[in-house]
Structure formats: structure tokens, C-alpha cells
Design a protein around this ligand. Structure first.
Ligand SMILES: Nc1ncnc2c1ncn2[C@@H]1O[C@H](COP(=O)(O)OP(=O)(O)OP(=O)(O)O)[C@@H](O)[C@H]1O
Ligand SMILES: [Mg+2]
Length: 326
């Protein structure tokens, strides 16, 4: 299978009044064409920063001191603004976490959708209008005709996300980045939206980079997973080995937050402690203060690199979890 996206050693910092926020500190992972790759981690881990870096849409306060982002064999960090604009219109699209802000505030929803359909297909305006209505209905929108006549600010965040997703579907992107596309939606709608994303991946062979903090979404969607903690990928592998034999203690604790069907009485364990202050990152493993598997080496050595523990299964840990022991 061909590679769709490969990120190597990506570093991103933000200049802020409190100091440099080291949001990404050597993020690496790769994803194949047609795959659904889930990037999972807690709030502030750097998930949206990865997405914005791929899109070439980091804010002006951001700097990228190191790293590469290969799409189609080309390093996007070396692409010109024009090339990036072209890619965003034709090959890579994104559903933003803050979808409301990403839509045009002074244009009605209907014309925004129709414009994209007309620009990317050969249909007449009347057909474009019907397609837009059908797409909103498919996204589970009640009264699509009424919604077409509204401005984005009068709609909920969840509705705006579904409109963005509808726009992304028309574009038939080779890579779709969906940043928490179902947060804030009820479970039925969540299932419906996730099914639409699966369809896009299956029918158009689109690659999906799906960002979530929910291991349940990962379990139902991912082919491959990257677990991100304090701006680094601490574990990445195909989905089944990650769930069956998690290697990193952080992945292990994320899995413990999931309800178990086979152990209905097991308690859900929230992860104790907090992620580190991203302006004062330690030299050693950033998970150390929360880790119940830490050994002396974890305190003495610099942070562990991402290493191949099993074929295709990488983790950054000096004392990985051994299945069945913990
Ligand atoms: N524009 C910015 N200026 C300064 N710091 C920022 C900026 N954007 C993000 N950060 C910081 O960078 C780190 C990573 O943020 P990011 O938004 O990528 O996290 P996330 O994993 O997407 O979190 P969430 O799940 O809450 O969306 C956080 O510490 C955040 O506060
Ligand atoms: Mg985010």
C-alpha cells in the first residue's frame, strides 16, 4: 500500500506571554492510503497542532524549528503558500474542532455548500441545490431547507461540524483531517457521522486522520493509532495490537478509562495527575510523574525514543507493559 502521510520528528512552539509553549516535541507517525489513522490523547497533548501543521495553517505565533511532513512524497513544510492553498482546495481537507469559526460567517449555509459543489462538479445550480439538501439530510440534519437559509453563527457547533463534513465529502479529498468531529453530539448522531467518514474512506479510498480523545471512537474507527502525550507520539501501531498488547503505560491507562463489556462491574479509572506544563518540559520522560511503571532509568536518562517493540508496533518507554503481567 502507498504511504499517504508521514510525519517525522515534528517540533512546533508557540510564542506566548508565559514563555515558549513547546506544543510538539518530535512527533513521528505514518499512515497508508485509504487508512483511518486515529490520533488520540488528552486535552493539550498537541493533536490540533499536528492537524494545523499538516494543513499549513499554524498561527503566525508558531514556529517549526525541526521536522518534515511528507504528503505524496513531498515535504509540505517546504511547499509555497500557493502550493498549500492548491492542496487544501483539491487534496487535503479538514473539519476543524471549532467548525463554526471555520465557516464563512457572512454567507448563508446553502450558498456555501452549493459553491463548493459547483466548483468541484459539472452540475447545474438546481442540481447543486438538491445535492446540498440531500447531503445535509444524510448528515442527520433536521429540516435541511431551513438550515440552508441560515448563517453559521445561528447554528450549534455540532451542526457546523456536520456542514464542514458535508463540504469535505464533496471535495472527495485524498486526505481528510477530522478534528474531534463528533464531540458534543449524542451517541446516535455520533455513530451516523462516524459511518459517513468510514464510507468516505471506503468508497473514495480517502485517507482519514481522525483526532479524538475517546478510546471508544478509536476502537470503532481506526486501522492504525498514534497515542500522543505532551507533544510526542508515545505509541503507534495497528489498532488490534494496540488494544491487545498496549506497551506504553499511558496507553494502558487510557484503555482503563474504557468500560469493559466482559467485566461489567469493573470501575472506570480516570487518569490521575495532570499533563506537564508545556512551557517547562522536563528532560526526562514527561509521563514520569504519572507513571506506575517508572524505574530508575526513567529518572536518569533523557526521554526514551520511539522504538519498534514488535513488528510495526512502536513505543517510547524504558519499561514497557508486558501483556498479562499488569
Ligand atoms: N495559538 C496558540 N498559542 C499558544 N499556545 C497554544 C496555541 N495553540 C495551542 N497552544 C498550546 O499548545 C498545546 C497543544 O495544544 P493543542 O490545541 O494542539 O492540543 P489538543 O490536543 O488539540 O487539545 P484539545 O483536546 O483540548 O483540543 C497546549 O498546551 C496549548 O495550550
Ligand atoms: Mg484540539
Amino acid at each position: 500500500m502507498a504511504e499517504a502521510l508521514r510525519i517525522e520528528n515534528l517540533h512546533v512552539s508557540f510564542g506566548a506571554s508565559t514563555g515558549q509553549v513547546k506544543a510538539l516535541n518530535g512527533v513521528s507517525f505514518s499512515q497508508e492510503e485509504g487508512q483511518i489513522f486515529c490520533l488520540v490523547g488528552e486535552s493539550g497533548a498537541g493533536k490540533s497542532t499536528v492537524a494545523l501543521a499538516v494543513m499549513g495553517l499554524l498561527p503566525i505565533t508558531a514556529s517549526v524549528p525541526e521536522g518534515s511532513i511528507y504528503f505524496d512524497g513531498k515535504d509540505l513544510l517546504k511547499a509555497s503558500p500557493d502550493e498549500m492553498r492548491h492542496l487544501r482546495g483539491n487534496q487535503i481537507s479538514m473539519v476543524f474542532q471549532d467548525a463554526q469559526a471555520a465557516l464563512n460567517p457572512v454567507q448563508l449555509v446553502g450558498p456555501q455548500l452549493e459553491e463548493v459543489i459547483l466548483a468541484h462538479t459539472d452540475v447545474t445550480p438546481r442540481v447543486a441545490n438538491q445535492m446540498a439538501l440531500d447531503m445535509l439530510a444524510e448528515m442527520g440534519m433536521p429540516e435541511p431547507r431551513r438550515i440552508m437559509g441560515q448563517y453559521p453563527f445561528s447554528l450549534s457547533g455540532g451542526m457546523c461540524q456536520r456542514i464542514m463534513l458535508a463540504i469535505a465529502m464533496v471535495l472527495k479529498p485524498r486526505l481528510l483531517i477530522a478534528d474531534e468531529p463528533t464531540s458534543g453530539l449524542d451517541v446516535t448522531l455520533q455513530a451516523q457521522i462516524l459511518e459517513r467518514i468510514r464510507t468516505l474512506s471506503r468508497e473514495q479510498n480517502s485517507s482519514i486522520l481522525l483526532i479524538t480523545h475517546d478510546m471508544g471512537v478509536v476502537a470503532s474507527m481506526a486501522n492504525k493509532v498514534g497515542v500522543i502525550y505532551a507533544g510526542t507520539v508515545v505509541e503507534t501501531s495497528e489498532v488490534i495490537p494496540l488494544f491487545q498488547e498496549p506497551q506504553h503505560p499511558y496507553t494502558w491507562s487510557l484503555l482503563k478509562t474504557l468500560p469493559r463489556l466482559d467485566q461489567p462491574d469493573s470501575r472506570l479509572e480516570p487518569l490521575r495527575g495532570n499533563p506537564p506544563d508545556m512551557t517547562k518540559l522536563p528532560e526526562e520522560c514527561p509521563f514520569l510523574p504519572r507513571c506506575n511503571k517508572a524505574i530508575n532509568r526513567c529518572r536518569q536518562d533523557p526521554r526514551p525514543p520511539l522504538e519498534e517493540m514488535q513488528p510495526g508496533h512502536f513505543a517510547a518507554c524504558y519499561n514497557p507493559v508486558i501483556a498479562g503481567v499488569d
